[in-house]
Design a protein around this ligand. Structure first.
Ligand code: PLP
Length: 421
């Protein structure tokens, strides 16, 4: 089964996103093109939401995974909260119809401007990542005549056993407040006039496939909750962050979301805490693909290069993390299957989407890079003055363009030549 099944499947020699042939979509909008399945997004949402029903909870979708307004709007209508990491993401959430009082704000370097915008909007809470951020927030809130709700993002010193670049919960990482330091930060927060303590949170990393570290994290947080309660500091919510992994390769199994959520609920063990989760990748990753046209097939010594019109500027994960994405022919095989290095046209040797991939393709065919719904478009750039790809959302019989392909002239419209104009 393809990653993304049953919403994204190959049948009758074609890749389908819901009932749409990938090739038909690309005929309308061209390539490179991100395509998302609304049914797959809703399915992933319900994996969390249905299991959490009956417990006070809030699913705060991590906006950075895929921040297109249409996707934020979809989750907002399903009742989502949002985990943001910048003032820009706050503006997006509000523009998409998200509710400020369901927003939690993470990040190690919130600026005063971002704090003001979030206080003005009235967010649910600031996830505090350093003692000095706490002092600064107290001052900014005081200047505005507001009280800032806070959670302390604790660094639980748990190894998420994921890629080093996306691991965030070890004590040497820049994220969160050291576990042993956290009680002091809460005591200080209690004494600050413009701060109101509401919760505790952690996020140990991303693309976590072994959930044991996530349970270890929850246990560490609950120990702190109990210790703080014994000092009279009572918390309203607990967030175990995001991090659940998705399937990037055929045969790989991703964590069972309902089982994970159910176990977290059991760990609460009667404590009166609202349970927050901050899933990003696991809500959108398998719901999207990147379609790309084969421009040139090139044989260089032992190597066979399949040069496609998508590149590291469209999907950075393989270049940055050495990440794997399954790549399939979007249509019928037109040539004997051979192993190809699928590369983009960008002038970097790291511009490789996949190495040694068995594909029966010819020039002009279309391939699909699977599981591209998370950290695809949001990490894209205009490197090599390449316009960003178009984004399409499939909703039953309808295919909606949710972001137009960028226009080349727009890419340099804000640039100025001194002395001209
Ligand atoms: C990125 C991030 C998430 C989401 O992580 P996923 O692995 O995409 O689920 C959640 N919480 C915080 C604080 C984050 O920075």
């Amino acid at each position: 089964m393809t990653p993304g099944a049953p919403f994204i499947v190959r049948k009758d020699d074609h890749l389908f996103i819901d009932q749409w042939r990938a090739k038909r979509i690309a005929e309308h909008v061209g390539t490179p093109c991100f395509v998302y399945s609304k049914a797959a997004l809703e399915h992933a949402w319900h994996q969390y939401a249905d299991a959490l029903a009956g417990t006070p909870h809030l699913i705060c979708y991590a906006v950075k995974a895929n921040s297109n307004l249409a996707i934020l709007n979809l989750f907002a209508r399903l009742g989502a909260g949002f985990d943001i990491v910048s003032g820009g993401e706050l503006a997006r959430v509000l523009a998409a119809g998200g509710k400020a009082d369901r927003v939690v704000f993470s990040g190690v370097g919130k600026t005063e401007g971002e704090m003001r915008a979030a206080l003005y909007a009235g967010i649910k809470c600031f996830n505090i990542e350093s003692p000095s951020e706490l002092e600064r927030l107290d001052r900014v809130a005081g200047e505005m005549g507001k009280v800032a709700p806070i959670s302390v993002r604790v660094n639980p010193d748990v190894d998420a056993k994921t890629h080093a670049h996306i691991s965030t919960g070890k004590k040497e990482n820049k994220f969160g407040i050291g576990y042993d330091m956290a009680p002091d930060v809460y005591r200080r927060a209690r004494d600050l006039a413009n701060i109101r303590i509401t919760g505790i949170d952690a996020h140990i990393g991303s693309q976590v496939l072994d959930v044991e570290p996530l349970y270890a994290c929850m246990r560490r947080l609950l120990d702190l909750v109990d210790r703080l309660a014994s000092e009279g500091i009572h918390l309203h919510h607990i967030s175990n962050g995001g991090g659940l992994g998705v399937q990037y390769r055929q045969g790989e199994t991703s964590p069972d979301i309902p089982a994970y959520v159910t176990r977290l609920m059991a760990m609460l063990d009667g404590r009166k805490l609202e349970l927050l989760l901050e899933p990003g990748r696991s809500l959108v990753g398998n719901a999207g693909v990147l379609l790309s046209t084969v421009e040139v097939l090139k044989i260089a010594g032992e190597k066979r290069f399949c040069v496609v019109d998508a590149a590291m500027n469209d999907l950075a994960r393989p270049a940055i993390y050495g990440a794997w994405h399954d790549i399939v022919n979007a249509g019928p095989d037109t040539a004997p299957v051979r192993d190809w290095d699928v590369v983009g046209p960008v002038c970097e040797s790291t511009d490789k989407l996949g190495e040694g991939r068995p594909l029966g393709i010819s020039e002009g065919d279309m391939v699909a890079i699977l599981s591209a719904g998370a950290y695809g478009m949001t990490m894209s750039s205009n490197y090599n003055t390449r316009p960003r790809a178009v984004e399409v959302l499939i909703d039953g019989d309808d295919a909606h363009i949710i972001r137009k392909r960028e226009v080349i002239a727009d890419l340099f419209k804000d640039e100025l030549i001194p002395g001209q104009g």
